[in-house]
Write a protein that binds this ligand. Structure first.
Ligand code: PLP
Length: 396
């Protein structure tokens, strides 16, 4: 690309296209080959060994096998790394596959077997860490207790900000300082690289469920981690061994969606902010959670460029109100997931955060809104007509 410093919206359009000129194409090719012709046994074998250990294909060795390397995936990774101010990124078949790889890469070997995880977290992440499935021991704690929770065998600190679904913010730089030498992974799904760059604040990894804003159209399940090249090699090694590569069609769609990510985020964020402000005055709403509202530490501006496009509301009528509102909306779709062009509503305690331990599970009076690209007045009208149908007070 250009030698000049570029703005993120320019990077979003042009990144990951460095080989287009040589290929003579203007749109990314989709390479669906599961296997590739080998130049000869020696070079093919050396290339295989390089990639199985997390390296790149050797210049004369070929890509060998798509579980190890795929050019369409690599182009998306190059683009995402650039947006996250990272040396590299590694794409996975889902956000959970990405988290799994990060845990395995940081807790197997070198005497590391323990993780510190700051709650609240996405329910699936909480479930994975609490399950013990990956062998690591996990200490869940508050943001302020990270330093006290670190042990000699701690290999990773996991943090999510803004947190799903309550939209609490954590101070990334402060957690990094508490973590000392232990690498911190920030789940940056809600903010996207357009609003927050955790690596600039000292985090070792920025993880995305690319299923959400990065894909943006509700048609891809994917995950990606931006990090140093050294960490990327460790993650690619786990990916190659466990088989968690993103499919090239998904990578193509993610790469195709990046150029519109800045305008999508700006428009969706502006609508979310307007909706959050409006709902503050609604009698059916006890509390509106939007990152900018309780930002006593000034993290919006210092850490995050805006509050994002997610809103959570606590309903005066509790669970019964949540049932009424999710059933009464017309434009919002009652569905899990988030970050797409169309607006979604869901009840975290019953769905995305169902597997979380009761003491850490979001309240039954909370519904989460993912604000899309529809006209904001239409979205407000839809929510207001649905909120009228909610019981005014909780019965349980
Ligand atoms: N992180 C966050 C904040 C999420 O909301 C999700 C999914 O909802 C994930 C991670 C997991 O991603 P995926 O569903 O792509 O595996």
């Amino acid at each position: 690309m250009s030698d000049l410093p570029l703005h993120p919206d320019t990077i979003a359009v042009h990144a990951g296209r460095s080989d287009f000129g040589a290929l003579g194409v203007h749109a990314a090719p989709i390479d669906l080959s599961s296997t590739n012709p080998l130049p000869d046994i020696l070079h093919g074998g050396d290339s295989y060994e390089s990639m199985a250990n997390g390296g790149h294909p050797l210049p004369d060795g070929g890509n060998v096998y798509a579980r190890l390397w795929n050019p369409t995936v690599a182009r998306f990774e190059e683009a995402l790394a650039e947006l996250e101010h990272a040396e590299a990124s590694v794409a996975f078949a889902s956000g959970m596959a990405a988290t799994t790889a990060a845990v395995l890469a940081h807790t197997t070997g070198a005497g590391k077997s323990h993780i510190v995880a700051v709650r609240p977290l996405y329910g699936g992440t909480d479930h994975l860490l609490a399950s013990g499935l990956l062998g690591a021991e996990v200490t869940f704690c508050d943001e302020d207790a990270v330093a006290a929770s670190i042990r000699p065998e701690t290999g990773l600190v996991v943090l999510e900000t803004p947190a799903n679904p309550t939209l609490e913010l954590a101070d990334i730089a402060a957690v990094v300082a508490q973590a000392g030498d232990v690498p911190v992974m920030v789940d940056n799904t809600f903010a996207t690289p357009l609003l927050q760059n955790p690596l600039d604040l000292g985090a070792a990894m920025s993880l995305h469920s690319a299923t959400k804003y990065i894909g943006g159209h509700g048609d891809v399940i994917a995950g990606v981690i931006a990090c140093s090249e050294e960490t990327a090699a460790a993650l690619r090694r786990v990916r190659a061994i466990t088989g968690a590569l993103l499919h090239p069609l998904g990578a193509y769609l993610l790469h195709r969606g990046l150029p519109t990510l800045p305008v999508r985020m700006q428009t969706q964020q502006a609508a979310a902010r307007a909706i959050a402000l409006r709902l503050k005055d609604n009698p059916a709403v006890l509390e509106v959670r939007y990152p900018e509202f309780d930002d006593t530490r000034g993290l919006i501006g210092r850490q995050m460029r805006g509050g994002g496009a997610m809103v959570a509301i606590r309903l005066a009528g509790g669970y019964a109100a949540a049932e009424a509102v999710t059933g009464a909306v017309r434009l919002f779709t009652h569905a899990v997931s988030l970050g797409g062009v169309d607006s979604l509503i869901q009840h975290p305690a019953a769905l995305t955060h169902r597997p979380v331990a009761p003491e850490a599970r979001p309240g039954a009076d909370i519904v989460r809104l993912s604000i899309g690209l529809e006209n904001v007045d239409d979205l407000i009208a839809d929510l207001e007509q649905a909120l009228v149908k909610a019981p005014a007070v909780a019965t349980v």
